[in-house]
Design a protein around this ligand. Structure first.
Ligand code: AQP
Length: 332
């Protein structure tokens, strides 16, 4: 094994093509070479308002989406965060390690809190310290993430370094980000300048893993594009964010590079490109979708997987937490 992976996904709605291409697909491949710990981060999800029904359903659906995509709960640890109390305990310690100035720089808080900052939850503000505890509670060495999480991971590294230096120990490893290829930032189908996101109010902005083939085709057909044919070089896509995004998605789904796609489709219009993209997406996503639906009909299986994973995760992270308490001088 080349190290220990930790990564998480929020149960804040439907898993989408961005989550799949930017994260989950890579997590599946990493299982071959790394010890993998994957977490449905339900405590992160409540940093914005959720009903209890939404949280329960989305937690199970995200677990189902991960298993349907190829995460193997027998060889990897798959669990939900709230069942492992070490995450919240360590987060408090990191709240006392991280500096206000560090958190003030986090762009995700600014984006999500928007103009109404005074009304954002304190949890949304300290989201990155909980994320640092998710990773460091397992002394993870590598963290596969999409581009959007890079800044939070840098903060995790700063927290690990600050903790180590405060207590004069090399206790936490400094985790390495793993950001993969073209689909590390899949954009909205309605706006090529915003990231595809679960919480976008328009369902037409994203392809959900649970969309039917008909829905996938319709969403690509309606995806924002422009009236020009596709060019022959990437450079010519620079001022065309929607076209660039669709080409990037095609490349990622076919595991080719964007140049190959433009060689095939350069000079052709979206009337030809979009149906080809929809067919490709359906061929990749249909088997996942079928499996996801089957799993959602067996909720007791999903609950059991999460419970067993949580027990395994607890046994690792409780040891790390206990060492942390000793290092900081808590009487045990
Ligand atoms: N559009 C994206 N392109 C590539 N990767 C993405 N990821 C998310 N969106 C994209 C990656 O998916 C993993 C899980 O993300 P998350 O659900 O925990 O949080 P998020 O980044 O906040 O995702 P969303 O969909 O935008 O959720 P909401 O709308 O709830 O905030 C991460 O590795 C992330 O990088």
């Amino acid at each position: 094994m080349k190290g220990r992976i930790f990564s998480g996904v929020q149960p804040t709605g439907n898993l989408h093509l961005g989550n799949y291409l930017g994260a989950i697909r890579n997590w599946v491949n990493l299982q071959r070479d790394f010890e993998c710990i994957y977490c449905v981060v339900d405590l992160h999800a409540i940093t914005v308002p959720r009903t209890s029904e939404q949280l329960t359903n989305d937690t199970l659906e995200v677990a189902a989406g991960l298993i349907a995509s190829g995460i193997n709960p027998d060889s990897s640890i798959l669990f939900n965060q709230s069942q492992v109390s070490s995450h919240s305990e360590l987060a408090w310690i990191f709240n006392c390690t991280a500096k206000l100035g560090w958190l003030n720089r986090m762009t995700q808080f600014k984006e999500k809190a928007g103009r109404n900052k005074e009304n954002a939850s304190v949890g949304l503000y300290v989201y990155p310290t909980l994320m640092a505890s998710d990773i460091l509670a397992y002394k993870a060495t590598h963290v596969p993430v999409g581009e959007d999480q890079k800044q939070h991971l840098e903060l995790t590294r700063d927290i690990a370094l600050a903790f180590n230096s405060s207590y004069n120990k090399s206790f936490f490893p400094i985790p390495e980000p793993q950001i993969f290829g073209t689909a590390s930032r899949v954009m909205s189908l309605r706006d090529g300048k915003s990231k595809m996101s679960k919480s976008d109010i328009s369902d037409y902005s994203r392809i959900n893993l649970k969309d039917t083939s008909t829905e996938i085709s319709l969403k690509f057909k309606k995806a924002k594009s422009d009236s020009n044919p596709l060019p022959f070089s990437i450079k010519e896509l620079e001022e065309r964010p929607e076209a660039r995004n669709l080409v990037g998605v095609y490349a990622a789904l076919s595991s080719k590079n964007e140049e190959d796609i433009l060689r095939e489709f350069g000079g052709k219009g979206f009337g030809i490109f979009k149906p080809a993209l929809a067919d490709l997406a359906v061929s990749v996503l249909e088997p996942i979708n079928n499996e996801l639906r089957k799993l959602m009909n067996d909720k007791s299986y999903l609950i059991k997987v999460l419970k067993e994973g949580s027990n395994k995760a607890s046994s690792i992270s409780q040891t790390v937490l206990s060492d942390v308490y000793n290092i900081i001088g808590c009487v045990r």
